[in-house]
Write a protein that binds this ligand. Sequence first.
Ligand code: SF4
Length: 259
Amino acid sequence: MQGFISEIFSSFQGEGGSVRGSCQGRRQIFIRFAGCNLAQAGKPCVWCDSPQAQAGGCPSANIETSAGRGVFKDAENPLEVDALLKVVEELRSPDLHSLSLTGGEPLLQAGFIEAFCLETVDQIYLETNGTLPKAAKKIADHVDYACVDLKDETALPYSGWQRVLESELETARILTDAGAAVFAKIVITQGTNVETIAGVAEKLAELGVPLAIQPVTTTDSAVKIGREKLFKLSEAAAQYLSADDITLSFQSHKQIGIL
Ligand code: SF4
């Protein structure tokens, strides 16, 4: 079984805040899968921070040569499961918490992930756009932690947002039912509606899934949302979710200049 990988490196998980399921601050090996179904439709998310991983079938993967050093080499794609296991061993650090499967959209390569997970004993953290629930079902039993990225209306350059949201919630349900510690993350902008966050929180409360509210950042990592808006959105979520199940999330890895 082979998979197309964009990059692999060791770092700290920068997102997720303090809710159950979040691994913010944990040391992880990031396995960034190449290809994203939302981008392949020709309309990537407005705030995509991994444009290099949008295209599938890239000829080579960028692989860090030593944990946390930031020096990379190329490896030919696609990678065999054994080759990926070897890279994980080379990047293993004493404080390793979990392997972060991210993208792109990792669930586009669920068969490869399943084959890989059968061979590893490391904890698996899945970050997914949540729009491929059938693929989520295929690997759900192997997932320990999951971040399902809910798309706000202002993140998608097309209509049909409600349909996307329904599939994301279905994925959160599948992963939760399989026993993973799941949280939802939503990137918000100044244009995000209070009603949207309240509606999302209502659905998540039914599933028992907490919510991380993440303000969009510009390329220079500045947060472009007013204080008042942040408070309002968090309070809107609290109409349905307990305070334990609401957090702010920031891209803290960018603040300290790491990948
Ligand atoms: S789902 Fe993720 S990788 Fe795909 S376009 Fe959106 S932000 Fe980028």
